[in-house]
Ligand binder design. Sequence first.
Ligand code: HEM
Length: 364
Amino acid sequence: MAFKTLASFVSLLAAFQVANSAVTRRVTCSNGQQTANAACCALFPILDDIQQNLFDGGECGEEVHESLRLTFHDAIGISPKIAATGVFGGGGADGSIAIFEDIETNFHANNGVDEIIDEQKPFIARHNISTADFIQFAGAIGVSNCPGAPRLDVFIGRKDATQPAPDKTVPEPFDSVDSILARFADAGRFSPAEVVALLASHTVAAADHVDPSIPGTPFDSTPELFDTQFFIETQLKGTLFPGTAGNQGEVESPVRGELRLQSDFELARDQRTACEWQSFVNNQRKLQSAFKAAFRKMTVLGHNVRDLIDCSDVVPNPPAPASQAHFPAGLSHRDVEQACRQTPFPVLPTDPGPATSVAPVPPS
Ligand code: HEM
């Protein structure tokens, strides 16, 4: 009896030690930095290299925006619906967009991603990392340069693609809300709320190819800040085209120098997504937590997360938010196209000064 009690006490103690060591065990890498897993040590030199030589010393500029867009265009390349017809449906976040650059960059929705693929390739070549892991890693590190961003999760261990993703897996700005929601549901069972959360990415974004006459035209007035302005400004009445009219996938925007995608406009007003969209206005905490969770899910599409190594502690802490939610100068609550029927639009101050005109994101 006494032996039995002692034995169960010992096994309890062992279980406690295992659980405890899983929480506290740290590895010190050769450069002195600490991480939870020795395999993550290889990421520190890559981090330093991309911060210095891809992201211009830690900026939240064009290469960061393009790297973030690339995480999506690689990961969303998966379709169980296509696979069910007996055809390869894509491998998700498997690097196929860069490995099969010649094929996938010819897909209409991938217009322009060849630029960042070509910029990233030398980094992949000089480090020991899979293309699939690099694309997601570079996106997460890039976002950590943007004030107000969440600290995104990073996993390694993805296997590189051996086949390209099929065409039409990346949504287009002229797709209907029905088709966009169906595409995300097919790719990874994303809910409409998760789709809205993923679109927080458009707070650090600009378009080069929607209206090619005005490359670098941002989607909100603060493209270097991970703030809620995108969710505010997409709800304002559109009054102008920043460049030429008649571009596919573009609708009128409320601010000079700002471009509005038709898909963002419609998602902000559709009854399935409007209240979720509005809920991000002036809610930095929700912006951070919801984007972090949805991004994590996106970056492991096509993989079982239990087969991957969590290296999230390698990611630097992003700078604190650097803006207060506001209406751009010259605009106010009167310009809101209220779409959510349940909750009123939050009360916000208007920026002082003459009507806002946004500068393009400079190429670097
Ligand atoms: C409904 C889904 C989406 C559509 C239709 C869409 C469409 C677009 C379009 C048309 C552009 C402009 C490309 C150009 O002309 O240069 C763009 C830019 C961008 N997108 Fe999306 N997008 C979607 C979802 C996402 C998601 C889920 C992410 C990331 C998680 C993302 C990240 C970005 C970023 C960061 C840019 C800016 C790239 C730059 O500044 O160079 N997008 N998107």
